[in-house]
Design a protein around this ligand. Structure first.
Ligand SMILES: Nc1ncnc2c1ncn2[C@@H]1O[C@H](COP(=O)(O)OP(=O)(O)O)[C@@H](O)[C@H]1O
Ligand SMILES: [Mg+2]
Length: 321
């Protein structure tokens, strides 16, 4: 296992009126060496928080993270920095580059941090930029590069240390379709030919399809897992529900709608290894339909089917008709 996390919780503390935010609610994640895993889910579900906790950029409120077999939560500051430098690289949606350094110097910087001489670091950075088709932009400052070019430099910066794991937070989110395909084919090459592991937060069908499996996050819990080739626009296909160690099963909202909505269910056939949920009508609750507007941002839905708010990404709840 390149990455192994157990019982991750994260709470953002706040003195404001709405109080603390529980962003992660007891997650277990394992990524095998050479595996590519996608994390999908609406905005606010905890994806970025998860990635930061897994990569050691943020200390989770509870739980443990093992990177390359070493328990990060037990390491001292220096040991942690060293383990991170050797093992993992981050790619964010935007803002990966230091604005005052040229493309080449941005790529060289992680090597300089490892104490490698400027001469060697610059040479390696130049080779990396050439490999990424960016050799001609080596001396350009970030603000003069297009979004796609900046992201390629960011990838060069992430790859220069030969990481075994890449943690990427919507790496193609700010790119046009052509550039994002280029970035993805680079990831594919690293995945297939160099056994690099990936954990990628994404909304993109292509990225999710490239991954070996996808984990679906809702409100800080994994609710389901999907095999390869998941279609993020139709998550109900080929989904495995996750039962946590407390016995909680969270139904993704689209399944909940298909099941007839919240209410009372009877359980049958457990003996035969099947969990058969049969809906019962509860008196007093009328027919349920998807809410006409988003409770979070007040967006007014134009149809009866959309599950996620196109404006803020929140799950659409059900309300009485
Ligand atoms: N720095 C922060 N302080 C307080 N709350 C935060 C902070 N960052 C994220 N949150 C909250 O934590 C939850 C998860 O956020 P995040 O991990 O960014 O989700 P995602 O990446 O899936 O959009 C959200 O409710 C968000 O508002
Ligand atoms: Mg995010």
């Amino acid at each position: 296992m390149i990455l192994e996390a157990e019982g991750l919780y994260h709470v953002y503390e706040s003195k404001a009126e709405d109080g603390n935010v529980v962003a992660l609610r007891g997650l277990h994640v394992k990524v095998a060496a050479g595996e590519a895993v996608a994390v999908v889910g609406p905005s606010g579900s905890g994806k970025s928080t998860l990635l930061k906790c897994l990569g050691g950029l943020m200390k989770p409120s509870a739980g443990s993270v093992k990177l390359a077999g070493k328990n990060m939560t037990r390491l001292t500051g220096m040991e942690l920095v060293e383990l991170r430098q050797k093992t993992v690289s981050f790619i964010f949606q935007e803002g990966n580059l230091l604005p005052h350094l040229s493309a080449r110097d941005n790529v060289a910087q992680p090597l300089r941090h490892q104490g490698i001489s400027a001469k060697v670091a610059h040479q390696k950075a130049t080779e990396m930029l050439e490999r990424l088709g960016m050799g001609h932009r080596s001396h350009a400052m970030p603000k003069l590069l297009s979004g796609g070019e900046q992201q390629r430099v960011a990838i060069g910066r992430a790859l220069i240390t030969n990481p075994r794991l890449i943690l990427a937070d919507e790496p193609t989110g700010a790119l046009d379709p052509v550039t994002s395909r280029e970035v993805l084919s680079l990831f594919k090459d690293l995945h297939e030919n160099e056994n690099v592991s990936f954990l990628i937060v994404t909304h993109s069908k292509e990225v999710a399809a490239f991954s070996d499996r996808s984990l679906e996050l809702r409100d800080g819990r994994f609710v389901a897992e999907h095999g390869t080739n998941v279609n993020v626009e139709d998550l109900s296909e080929g989904r495995e529900l996750i039962v946590d160690e407390m016995g909680t099963v969270t139904l993704p909202p689209d399944l909940l709608v298909q099941m007839g909505g919240p209410g009372r269910y009877t359980v049958g056939q457990v003996d035969s290894g099947l969990l058969n949920l049969v809906g019962e009508t509860i008196e007093g609750i009328g027919e349920l339909v998807l809410a006409p507007s988003c409770p979070a941002c007040r967006f007014k839905y134009e149809d009866e089917e959309t599950q996620l708010c196109p404006s803020c990404g929140s799950s659409r709840p059900m309300v009485e008709a």
